[in-house]
Ligand binder design. Structure first.
Ligand SMILES: [Zn+2]
Length: 88
């Protein structure tokens, strides 16, 4: 196990979602914005399943907040995830 210094800077660059619109609080794009996707992949690099769980809970909340968005929300929240194909 490596113990990299994990100092997260201020939350201003967090690219956290701004609800109930679900836009990025940092750059204003639809959340998760491209930067946030990169951040999430990095953050959950070792535990991709948790990322799916996290996005799923965000999706559930967003579905509630944005009832008119429909099924495209699922694509927006989960569709960008790189698929890991495993053969065994
Ligand atoms: Zn952003």
């Amino acid at each position: 196990m490596t113990d990299a210094a994990e100092s997260s800077p201020s939350s201003a660059k967090d690219h956290a979602p701004s609800t109930p619109d679900w836009t990025c609080g940092t750059c204003g794009a639809e959340w998760p914005c491209e930067t946030k996707r990169d951040l999430l992949l990095e953050e959950y690099r070792k535990d991709r399943a948790m990322l799916t769980v996290y996005l799923g809970s965000c999706l559930a909340t967003a579905t509630h907040d944005l009832p008119t968005a429909g099924p495209s929300l699922q694509e927006r929240f989960m569709g960008w995830l790189p698929r890991q194909r495993r053969h065994s």
